[in-house]
Design a protein around this ligand. Structure first.
Ligand SMILES: Cc1ncc(COP(=O)(O)O)c(C=O)c1O
Length: 434
């Protein structure tokens, strides 16, 4: 079944440590080697079955080993694996048509990449050229990827190892409602204070090309801005011609339940000028991309390609996955089962002293942990709960920016009610144990 016939997972870990970078994040004291999956479950090399509440960091959107996707990939691989953007690529055109129609962006053009990072890099390039400015506004606590430009605009120091960046970034308040200098204000006052900050920032330096924002901060710990904040920002920015880039890498494809895209929760401000996507669309195959108004997308006057972007095999996976997602209304399932799971988790956490907040939308739920009786984040407890959940047969994620004190729950969108109950019970026991 796996390379475990050659050596154990522990030996593999030793080899991993010798040949891969130290900064490559691995979960668990004894990291898990996954060999296969089915539906919402995965199996370790030692035969242990896990209920998967993190879906490969929100990439397994529909289900593990979904037969429709596997078949589409195998059939396309049997025809041609790669042709590059130099030749016509039918699956790419067909997926672009569907994504453009779904995006809500008028006169939309789609450019496919191989990751969320590359998608954001492309959006930043387009914005900079379109506006003739390399100044970018980004939200505090955000995460946008690991390229030089993307880490440069990532407002989460834990993920941004350099202050040297090709872009001039200005960080805007508002990503995190409950921490920072404005934590004591109510929502309306908070919005007003953040807008005043933004206006102040706009008074300095060169006019920014764009603001990039996640509708719900993902790596930052599944935090949503208060109602009205993004709409108020949009009003200030569009009056000055500053573009809005919605980073939908985590929030796209119905993940948040109520909406297909995260930006739709802030719909008063209309569709963004650009949106970037990745993760779930390929159900694990590497697809990323940018959707932009034609005028913005076509502003480049130099040739540009992505050798592997839009590759037929990944596009075939995307088409099959998207079809399944829509035909089975997995967004609706995320809303219903996610709502039940949220309720169940809130009940499980009531009275647990180290739980600061249980929050989220759809199947993007977070449990923030703190030192009991204080407001101090507790990354140690988050790690301990992660380990205890694993011991109980459940895989979850963690996040939360600098402190990594938020348990992140983001199962495949086909999660059943029974599985939600089962996972919540395991988590409840793990929290009690910690
Ligand atoms: C919101 C957001 N943007 C961009 C990225 C980068 O995507 P990738 O890891 O595919 O490069 C991530 C990855 O977690 C993300 O969460």
């Amino acid at each position: 079944m796996s390379s475990s016939s050659a050596d154990s997972s522990a030996d593999l870990y030793g080899r991993h440590r010798r040949v891969l970078p130290d900064w490559l994040a691995l979960y668990y004291d004894e990291p898990i080697e996954l060999t296969h999956g089915e539906g919402r479950h995965v199996w370790g090399a030692d035969g242990t079955k896990y209920l998967d509440f993190f879906g490969g960091i929100l990439t397994t959107m529909t289900a593990h080993a979904l037969p429709e996707v596997t078949k589409a990939v195998a059939e396309q691989a049997g025809r041609i694996i790669h042709s590059s953007t130099l030749y016509l690529d039918r699956p790419m055109v067909e997926l672009a048509e569907r994504v453009a129609a779904l995006s809500g962006i008028p006169d939309a053009r789609v450019f496919f990449t191989t990751s969320g990072t590359e998608a954001n890099d492309t959006a930043l390039l387009l914005a900079s050229v379109y506006r003739n400015s390399n100044a970018i506004l980004a939200m505090r606590n955000s995460y946008h990827g690991r390229s030089f430009s993307a880490v440069g605009i990532t407002g989460n120091r834990a993920w941004s190892p350099t202050s040297l960046t090709p872009l001039q970034t200005l960080y805007v308040h508002g990503g995190v409602r409950t921490r920072g200098p404005y934590a004591h204000l109510d929502d309306a006052e908070f919005v007003a204070a953040c807008v005043a900050d933004l206006e102040d920032l706009l008074g300095h330096g060169r006019p920014p090309a764009a603001l990039i924002a996640e509708p719900v901060q993902g790596v930052g710990g599944f935090t949503s801005p208060p109602d009205g904040l993004y709409a108020a920002f949009r009003e200030v920015l569009s009056a000055r011609g500053v573009l809005w880039i919605s980073d939908e890498v985590q929030t796209g494809w119905g993940r948040t339940g109520d909406h297909f895209w995260g930006w739709q929760a802030h719909a008063a401000s209309g569709p963004p000028d650009m949106l970037t996507f990745a993760k779930g669309i390929g159900n694990g195959m590497s697809i990323g991309g940018v959707v932009a108004r034609a005028e913005v997308m076509n502003c480049l006057d130099a040739n540009s390609i992505s050798t592997f972007g839009g590759s037929p095999v990944t596009m075939a996976a995307g088409l099959a996955n998207l079809t399944y997602l829509l035909e089975h209304d997995l967004q609706g399932n995320a809303r219903r089962v996610g709502g039940l799971l949220l309720e169940r988790l809130r009940a499980a956490c009531a009275g647990v002293a180290c739980v600061r907040e249980v929050r989220g939308r759809g199947l993007m739920l977070g449990i923030e942990l703190c030192e009991p009786g204080t407001d101090r984040p507790s990354p140690e407890r988050a790690t301990a709960v992660l380990e205890a959940a694993r011991a109980g047969g459940l895989l979850i994620g963690k996040g939360g920016g600098h402190s990594t004190s938020v348990l992140r729950i983001a199962p495949p969108l086909s999660l059943t009610v029974a599985e939600a109950e089962e996972g919540a019970a395991i988590l409840e026991r793990a929290l009690q144990a910690v």
